[in-house]
Design a protein around this ligand. Structure first.
Ligand code: FAD
Length: 518
């Protein structure tokens, strides 16, 4: 392997090795000779598993689960399907970590993308050898946790696939500086709804490249992505600083995202809202806060009479050569910020420990029987100019006395790091900053799901009535009209691209965007 690869992997010893793939050149004869039938599983276990997703809200039974071992298998399946007078729909399923049936194919075929890691095509490694320009070719089925390398932008949770996150956006605390994961891709291999394997990039077949990124699986199945990498840091100062006042909280967040990550600021910036009852009735410790720190925060709520605590989560990377001055760098940065005095909490952890923080939460929730439960998540992008109205109407209004239901994320991103040519939708209005607000809700007790769905509906209605201009992330819309509004001025172009790359309408029916297969 090139030296750059060794340099990066040596910093990530506990993450599994990364399955890399070569781009493929498929001959028609090879495709027609492939045996696809034996790779379709119809046993009870396979069908049951593919009938539901992380959301546990909708169920849809497929007619089979296809286990490809190479992109050629996917090409062969799709060519076979579209040769039929009434083709079945297909959905590429990564980890099935969608919330509202996006990874389901009612009466169609689910493609179990994770089985691709077992094919021969993984034996060929394709990666850059120039230290100035680091990238790796990764299969669309691969988990972010498989990476023995360091993408520049990570999602908070690693047990989701590259295909799944690239078809949405892939956001996290590094996105303010590097953009979402879709802004960090050089090239893709995509199998279209016509069964063609197309290599695309900003310069080659660019309409498909931009359509597939954030494309919700509508235009093709991503089987390879050339992802930008960077040398991984060794350690991280992981910081949370608390606020009782949303105005100061958002001002400080916006200050932090205006600073280059490589300079004096944080390398990662997120934030959370802790509604009052989460502090008094919620869990007594987290992967970050100890029980006594949570007591301290609960006391802060009581003492100040505030309706919520907000905290900025930051991460400052460092290595052996920067270890001697990272504390000073953090101290100087904290001096610029206006959090509640005495409410800065700092952990010194390895990079891997930092990246896998939600994985540790998962283990705790699994142990408590609170992981495989319904997840009526609502993720919104909110324009910066309306974030305080949103806070007043939602966190200090609709959800003010809500029963604890899971973390609430709230952090800003720079629009300039998103590429408007991609399918992913962001709020209109052209403001330079918008906020990601993630209400990551779990329905644990009887009646919770209905209550949480009512709260979600009230939040959406508030946004509509007040003209807040929210755009859903990981979107779900029940009507064609909802999707038209979601994509706004991109809609006409997307409909034309759908007709071009999936004219039979067989791809990812669970998203419910376009009419079903015909
Ligand atoms: P699946 O649910 O299996 O598939 C979802 C859809 O993606 C499919 O319908 C299909 O349309 C499309 N798709 C999947 N594979 C492909 C492919 N190879 N080619 C084309 N389309 C494909 N998202 C973030 O951005 N940031 C986060 O920090 C984050 N944290 C999360 C934490 C948890 C605990 C969970 C459950 C989800 C989180 N997500 C986050 C959301 C996640 O990125 C999406 O739900 C993603 O789709 C999940 O990936 P998956 O592999 O499970 O996809």
């Amino acid at each position: 392997c090139p030296a750059t690869f060794l340099m990066v992997t040596s910093f990530l010893p506990t993450i599994n090795h990364f399955h890399m793939v070569a781009s493929v050149d498929l001959a028609d004869d090879d495709i027609s000779s492939l045996d696809i039938v034996s790779k379709i599983h119809t046993d009870h276990d396979s069908i049951t598993k593919a009938s539901s997703d992380f959301g546990h809200i909708v169920e849809a039974v497929p007619n089979g689960v296809f286990h490809p071992t190479s992109p050629a298998d996917i090409v062969a399946l799709i060519r076979h399907l579209i040769s039929q007078p009434k083709p079945f729909a297909v959905v590429p399923r990564g980890q099935g970590h969608s919330s509202r049936g996006q990874a389901l194919a009612p009466g169609g075929t689910v493609i179990a993308m994770r089985s691709m890691g077992r094919g021969d095509h993984n034996h060929h490694v394709n990666m850059s050898s120039s230290p100035d320009q680091l990238w790796v070719d990764a299969g669309g089925e691969q988990l972010w946790a498989d990476h023995g390398l360091a993408p520049r932008v990570w999602t908070d949770y690693l047990h989701i696939t590259g295909g799944g996150t690239l078809s949405n956006g892939g956001i996290g605390g590094q996105a303010f500086w590097h953009g979402p994961q879709i802004s960090n891709v050089h090239e893709l291999d995509v199998v279209t709804g016509m069964g063609e394997m197309i290599t695309c990039s900003p310069d080659k077949n660019s309409d498909l490249f931009f359509a597939a990124l954030g494309g919700l699986g509508q235009f093709g199945i991503i089987t390879r992505a050339r992802i930008v990498l960077e040398p991984a840091p060794k350690r991280v100062l992981w910081v949370r600083i608390a606020y009782t006042d949303v105005d100061t909280f958002t001002s400080d967040q916006e200050l932090l995202i205006s600073e280059p990550s490589s300079g004096s600021g944080f390398d990662y910036v997120e934030g959370q809202v802790q509604l009052n009852r989460t502090l008094t009735e919620g869990r007594r410790s987290s992967s970050f806060f100890s029980a006594s720190e949570l007591d301290q925060l609960a006391k802060l709520v009581l003492d100040t009479g505030s309706t919520a605590i907000y905290y900025i989560e930051g991460a400052m990377y460092y290595d052996d050569d920067t270890a001697s001055f990272v504390d000073q760098k953090l101290e100087s940065l904290l001096e610029e910020l206006n959090f509640v005095p005495g409410f800065a909490f700092v952990r010194d952890v390895s990079y891997v420990e930092f990246l896998d923080r939600v994985g540790r939460e998962e283990q705790k929730l699994r142990a408590a029987g609170a992981w495989d439960v319904p997840h009526p998540w609502l993720n919104l992008f909110v324009p910066r100019s309306r974030i305080l109205d949103f806070d007043a109407g939602v966190f200090r209004g609709i959800l003010r006395d809500a029963k604890p239901a899971g973390p609430v994320l709230m952090y800003p991103m720079n629009r300039g790091r998103w590429d408007g040519r991609m399918t992913a939708a962001t709020p209109g209005g052209g403001e330079g900053v918008f906020y990601a607000v993630g209400m990551l809700r779990s329905a644990v007790a009887a009646g919770d799901l209905e209550r949480l769905e009512r709260e979600n509906a009230a939040v959406r209605a508030f946004c509509d009535q007040e003209g807040v201009g929210c755009t859903q992330y990981l979107p779900h819309h029940a009507s064609p009209d909802g999707w038209r509004r979601h994509f706004g001025e991109k809609w006409g172009k997307l409909a034309a691209l759908k007709r071009r790359y999936d004219p039979r309408g067989i791809l990812s029916p669970g998203q419910g965007i376009f009419p079903a297969a015909a």
